[in-house]
Design a binder for this molecule. Structure first.
Ligand SMILES: [Zn+2]
Ligand SMILES: [Zn+2]
Length: 218
């Protein structure tokens, strides 16, 4: 594991979990995790908040990719606690809302074409199609580390853009209210339902009716 993050504040400065802790949680080192880490730490600093134990901080993520694990680890906004909302728009954008000081920031991850990416993409294709040998795997691993390292050590404004925004945190009560889907009869969080002909239904039921020809996600 890299031990060169000391100077960059990536070792958990300010009481935040370190990048290494995020790696343990996530399972591997990758650029996505590194950008998520930078976004999370920058947001916490901009909002002037510590890691919450409850729901003082809410995160809205517009991606469900790797970076999300660093967001959860660093900010304490987790899928299980209800203070993490994932709207997968396929955008590396995260909004953080502090209930405590009523501030909100929107963090945009800047696209950076690091020298590693083109080779990484080629290797990824080989790996997912089962054509990669041990040397390919090792090289891929090495490139992932190098790209992550580059992100962790770059000046913040090269990695992310941070904007103050007005954002209303989702009401606490709504997170826990559950209703029965009018279609499948399964319990579903109120906040996640869609209206279908005036009836509250879960998202899978809604999508089955609205876009039956849609291929399975993933
Ligand atoms: Zn990853
Ligand atoms: Zn349903």
């Amino acid at each position: 594991m890299c031990d060169t993050h000391e100077q960059t504040g990536a070792t958990g400065a300010g009481g935040y979990p370190s990048f290494e802790e995020c790696v343990t949680f996530h399972g591997h080192v990758c650029p996505g995790l590194a950008t998520g880490y930078r976004a999370a730490v920058a947001a916490m600093q901009a909002l002037g908040v510590a890691r919450p134990y409850d729901e003082e901080l809410v995160a809205i993520a517009e991606t469900d990719a790797c970076g999300l694990d660093a967001i959860q680890m660093v900010t304490g906004c987790t899928a299980g606690k209800g203070n993490l909302v994932v709207k997968d728009h396929g955008k590396h954008v995260f909004t953080f809302i502090s209930r405590e000081n009523e501030k909100a920031v929107r963090v945009l991850v800047r696209h950076r074409d690091t020298p590693e990416y083109s080779e990484m993409n080629e290797l990824r294709k080989k790996i997912v199609t089962g054509r990669a040998d041990a040397a390919d795997h090792e090289r891929f691993h090495e490139l992932m580390h190098a790209a992550a390292e580059r992100i962790l050590t770059a000046p913040s404004d090269e990695v992310i853009e941070i904007r103050d925004v007005d954002a209303e945190p989702p009401a606490k009560a709504r997170i826990f209210a559950s209703v029965v889907c009018a279609c499948c009869g399964e319990q579903v969080a109120d906040a996640k339902t869609r209206l279908l002909d005036g009836r509250q239904v879960c998202i899978p039921c809604y999508e089955a009716v609205r876009s039956p020809g849609r291929p399975e996600a993933g």
